[in-house]
Design a protein around this ligand. Sequence first.
Ligand code: DQQ
Length: 637
Amino acid sequence: MDTNPSNAPHYTLLPDHPLLAGQLARPRRPLKGFAVILASVIFLLLLVALISNQGQEPTLPSLPNKDARPLQSFSKSEPRGVAQGVSAKSNPSFFNDKLSYNWTNAMFSWQRTAYHFQPQKNWMNDPDAPLYRLGWYHLFYQYNPDSAVWGNITWGHAVSRDLIHWLYLPLALIPDSWFDIAGAWTGSATLLPDGQVVILYTGDTNNSVQVQNLAYPANLSDPLLLHWVKYSGNPVLIPPTWLAPKDFRDPTTAWVGPDGKWRLTIGSKVNKTGIAIVYQTSDFTKYELLEGFLHAVPGTGMWECVDFYPVAVNGSLGLDTSANGPGIKHVLKASLDDTKKDHYALGTYDPISNKWTPDNPKMDVGIGLRLDYGWYYASKTFFDQNKQRRILWGWINETDTESDDLQKGWASVQTIPRTVLYDNKTGANILQWPVEEVESLRVNSTEFEEVIVEPGTVVPLHIGTATQLDIFAEFEVELLGSEAVEDNSSCSDGAVDRSTVGPFGLLVLADDSLSELTPIYFRPTNASDGSLKTYFCADESRSSLANDVFKKYYGNEVPVLDGETLSMRVLVDHSIVESFAQGGRTVITSRIYPTKAIYGAARLFLFNNATGVNVKATIKIWQLKSANIHPYPLDQL
Ligand code: DQQ
C-alpha cells in the first residue's frame, strides 16, 4: 500500500536533500540567520551579475546554493513567466485585477469540462512526457499545486486505460533541487528497448539558468510509475556557451540515430532565428552536441516545445519515433514563444548531415501551417505502441482574467488526444482526429438528413441539452443565381461577413434568443484571380456577454479536393469546442465563456449567411457522457 502524504515528494530524495538533512524542521539560530542573510545577498549579487551577463557565455554556479529559491519576479505590466524567459502564461491584454464578468459559482462550475482532462483545481499548462506502458497511458503536465496562476511549476501525473477516463496520481516531479528549484519545466519520455523509462525535463535553476535534467522511475515494475528518481549527476545538459541561458528548453523524446546512439532535439534561438539543436547520447547522462542545426528559420524567435517525429506516406498507422527510411516523412513542430502559436511543417530528415529539410520552403516551420488555428499551445506527441498510432496532446489556455482564474480556482484544459497521420491525398499537411476512444462516450444520436438552410436563415436542431456533443456535419451548396460574385474574404471578418457563397455552418453554445453564439463555419471564396478557396473558421465575437475575455476570429484555409463534400466534426464540451474540417486538415480549438448559453439553455443551430446559395446539411449528433476523472484510490493498492 502506498499512502504518500500529499505534501511529500514521491520520488527518492537525493542524499543532500534538505528534507533528509532535517534543515527545514530545525529552528534557526541567530548565527544561521546571519549566514542566510549573507547567502541571500550573495545570491542576489549573482543574479544581478547573471542578468547583466545576458548574451554572454552562460556559466553554472560552481557552488550552488541548494536552499535558495529565486525571486519569481512578477510585475503588473508583464504576464507571468516572462521574467523567467518563458511564454506569457496569462492573457496579456486582460492581465488585471478585475473579474471579466459578474460570474456566479454556477457559471464557473459549468465551464469545467466533462470529458477533457483537467486537474481538480489550480493551474495547468503544457502536456509532458505522454507514454503508454504496462496497460496504462500516462500523462504528466505542468502544474502549480498551490494556485490557479502559473508558478512553482511541478509535474502533475495521471493515468488512464483508454485516454478518456483518468485517475489523478501524486505529483511526479517537485521543484526542490538547485537544478530545478525555480520550476520543473517541460520534458519528454523515452522508452528504452530494455524496458527502462527515461524522462528528460528542463529545470529552471536557482540562478534562472535553463538546464536539462534526467529522471527515471524508482520501481520499473510499478505500472503506475508513482515514484521518480532525479539522477544524482543532474543537470545532464547546460546551455552551450553561445546560447542565452534562458533560451534552452523542452527536450524531445529521443530517437535512435544510424550509429545506434540516441538523439534528441531542444529548441532555442539565435537573435531572431528559431533553432532546433541535436544532442547525441549512449546512456542519457553524457551528451555530445551535433554540429549545425536540425533546422533554423529566421524571424521566428524562440522555439519552445519542439516536437520531431516520422509519419508514413502511405498507411494508416503511426510510427515509432526512431523510424526513418523510404516512404517516411518527418514532422517538425515548434511552439513560437513570440506568438504563442504551434507551427509545423513536413519534410525529410537526413540523420547523416543532422538536417531536416522542409518539403516546401514557403511553408517552413513558423511561416506556414499551424497545428491548430484556435487557442492552443505547447503540444506534444507520443507513439502509442499499444495501438500503433501517434497521439497528439495540446494545452488550451484561458483567455479570461487572472482574477477570474483565481476566483474559479482552476485554469486550463488539455485537448482531446488526437491521432496524427500524413494526409496522402493532399501530400501537404497532417490529419488530426479525436482518438477513437472518445466514441465510447456516445450515448444517443439524432440524425438530420438534407436540411435546406436558405440564405440569411438559422435552423434550430432540436436535440435537447447541447453542452456535451460529438457532431459530424456535411454541407452541399446549391447556387441560386447564375454565378457567384467575386470576393477575397477569409475568416478575418467573422460569420457576419456575407458573400454569394458563404459563410455557413453551425452555431454552437447559442441561447434561444441568439444573444450568445459561436459560429463554426465554412467560408468559400472565389477570388478575383479566379482561384477558389475554402476557409474553416470559428467566430468567437458573440460567444460571451463578458467583456474582458478574448472574442476573436480564428481559422485558415482548408484544402477541399475535387469530389469532396464539405465536412466538419465538432466536439462541444462545456466551454471547450474542438472543430476539425475535411477529416482533420484544419483544426480550431475554442475556449469560450458563455454567460447565457449554459446548462439547459445551450442550443445548437445551423446557419447560412450566404446571399446566393442554399445549403443542404446532413448531420449526425451524439450526446456524450461525462468521463470518469478522479483521484486514484491509492489506499486500495
Ligand atoms: N512552458 C514550460 C516551458 C515551456 C513553456 C514552463 C511552454 O518549459 O517552454 O512551464 O508553454
